[in-house]
Design a protein around this ligand. Structure first.
Ligand code: OOG
Length: 230
């Protein structure tokens, strides 16, 4: 029988949805298998991401617990770069904050976009299913790194599609303060290596992105990051 990790990897590489309804006793073990399949193709670990750190996201997805997954170098899109829709199923974008790791601590912070693209049919899943699917991770953009400001816990966050505001929120939505998300990431991953990126989780609900659309995140005091869907 084909393993769930292989089914999820096939869904990823062929950009096709996978029907849900799976019982998954150890979802993080499946997630690790899914990521190992990517590493076997030459990708490298670029860091970790948290998911469902905000109430808006928990409500949008109907699940209620913080989850985490892996980022690889192949997921990275340069700031202002192109999101290739042909390689994605039904991608959404989320405004986030990214941390750069040095000596197990925060070396710098940046505004970031995460692209999530559940491999599950209709973007619907149980908590175990989304964990097995590497927490829907599909891409990320990091803006210019900044020194850690004195306060990160209440910065205005805006997500713009084609220069129109689609979502607004605050970094406070990310577990009260994105630094709490960093500490959670360290706890969950066990170790964070130098130069890894930590995505702290979305500050607002996710927004579907379509052909030709430009997407921009603005975090007050930190700057902006953007991509274009093609
Ligand atoms: C799960 C991943 C959510 C976040 O930042 O909350 C996530 C999903 O909604 O598909 O990455």
């Amino acid at each position: 029988m084909t393993s769930l990790a292989v089914l999820l990897d096939d869904a990823l590489t062929t950009a096709t949805e996978l029907p849900g309804g799976h019982q998954i006793p150890d979802p993080y073990a499946v997630q690790r298998e899914v990521v190992d399949l990517r590493l076997a193709r030459g990708e490298t670990i670029a860091g970790v991401k948290l998911g469902l750190t905000s109430k808006a996201k928990m409500q949008q997805m109907g699940v209620d617990s913080v989850i985490w997954g892996w980022l690889t170098d192949a997921m990275r899109i340069e700031d202002g770069g192109v999101l290739d829709l042909a390689a994605r199923i039904h991608p959404k974008v989320e405004p986030e904050v990214a941390f750069l790791v040095r000596d197990g601590a925060v070396a710098a912070v940046a505004p970031a976009l995460e692209v999530i693209d559940s491999r599950w049919l209709d973007f619907k899943f149980t908590l175990d299913e989304v964990i097995a699917d590497n927490t829907s991770a599909a891409g990320f953009v990091v803006g210019s790194w900044q020194p850690l400001p004195s306060g990160l816990g209440d910065l205005e966050v805006r997500l713009l599609l084609d220069d129109e505001v689609a979502e607004t929120g605050s970094t406070a939505a990310i577990l009260g303060d994105p630094l709490t998300a960093f500490a959670e990431a360290l706890r969950l991953a066990g170790t964070l290596e130098d130069d890894w990126i930590v995505l702290a989780g979305a500050a607002t609900a996710a927004v579907r992105v379509g052909p030709g659309q430009s997407v921009r995140v603005e975090v007050a005091g930190l700057g902006a990051a953007s991509l274009k869907a093609s």
